[in-house]
Design a protein around this ligand. Structure first.
Ligand SMILES: [Zn+2]
Length: 313
């Protein structure tokens, strides 16, 4: 029952977010689920290209952000977005160079980051991912908040290179460090750091200016999310450009502000829960009220984020 209630809230939140983010206009009664709604938003586009530094760009508009390293060796991507926006992604890549995709890394298994795996692999690219993320892609997983049951991916859409330990690659004159997080957003999250350009792709361990989703079904937790944010801060320099999982490209102060917000909400919700308050009572106390104008204007509302934190404290 409780989960169903979160799900209803997500529909409202998502329809509001659709308006804020300029998604196709939708009426609440017409929504099938947040999952299909977000797919529809990706399908209608646009996909936007943001040039960052050192041959690295960021694409947004296909679910999670996609990092693109370009050069004579072909494209190196971090995440593959949602499959329905393939044509728009290809069109944007062509504006950078007439190259093909050689390699991609899935930061984690979620469909808004890995759904494009099939078409990227069909181009002959290798896709790297964490061992647990690959296992998740082979499972049937119900994510209540997205109102969707994810089915096992066919072999042709799975990553074909499993990253067990840390790994360093060379591509287009860049040194690319792939590192594992401890369980945070999920239990199979990877970061990708481009050393020369000093660009760090964090996957969904960082939502710039937004409350994050935390996937408890896949081993995530608020404490793990805080530890992952701390790891991002430790990896960064003062000039690092962050490509977050969602939201605009960021810098170290924006990553620190995100970590501090996580800690603040965690401590507030934990204090209320320690008093014996139910989730409904904690939500009624509105522990994120003063933060919502800054952080709660996208897919995850303060109310939903409170519920996600409550589960983990
Ligand atoms: Zn995610």
């Amino acid at each position: 029952m409780k989960d169903r209630r979160y799900a209803r809230r997500m529909i409202l939140v998502t329809s509001v977010a659709a308006g804020l983010l300029g998604f196709a206009a939708v009426t609440p009664g017409a929504l099938a689920s947040p999952y299909s709604d977000i797919n529809a938003a990706a399908q209608s586009g646009p996909v936007n290209l943001h040039r960052l530094r050192g041959g690295i760009s960021m694409l947004d508009g296909s679910g999670g952000n996609i990092t693109v390293l370009s050069g004579p060796g072909g494209f190196f991507l971090v995440d593959t977005g949602i499959a329905v926006s393939r044509a728009m992604i290809v069109e944007k890549l062509r504006t950078i160079a007439p190259a093909r995709i050689r390699t991609a890394v899935d930061t984690h298994w979620h469909w808004d980051h890995a759904d494009g795996n099939g078409w990227v692999r069909a181009q002959g690219a290798d896709i790297l991912a964490d061992r647990v993320a690959v296992r998740r892609l082979k499972q049937t997983i119900r994510i209540v908040e997205w109102e969707n049951t994810f089915r096992p991916k066919p072999a042709a859409e799975l990553p074909n290179v499993i990253v067990s330990g840390d790994r360093t690659l060379r591509a287009n004159g860049e040194t690319i460090r792939i590192r594992h997080y401890k369980a945070g957003h999920t239990d199979g999250d990877l970061s990708v750091y481009f050393v020369k350009a000093d660009v760090l792709s964090t996957g969904d361990t960082f939502w710039n200016g937004q409350y994050p989703f935390i996937d408890y079904v896949s081993g995530g937790s608020i404490d793990g999310a805080i530890a992952a944010a701390d790891a991002n801060i430790a990896m960064a320099t003062r000039r690092t450009i962050f490509v977050p999982g969602h939201g605009p490209a960021g810098d170290l102060p924006s990553q620190i502000a995100f970590r501090d917000m996580l800690v603040t909400v965690r401590n507030r919700v934990a204090a209320l829960k320690r008093k014996g308050m139910t989730l409904d009572q904690v939500q009624a106390a509105m522990p994120t009220r003063d933060l919502d104008a800054t952080w709660g204007r996208s897919v995850i509302s303060g109310n939903l984020f409170t519920a996600l934190v409550y589960r983990g404290v």
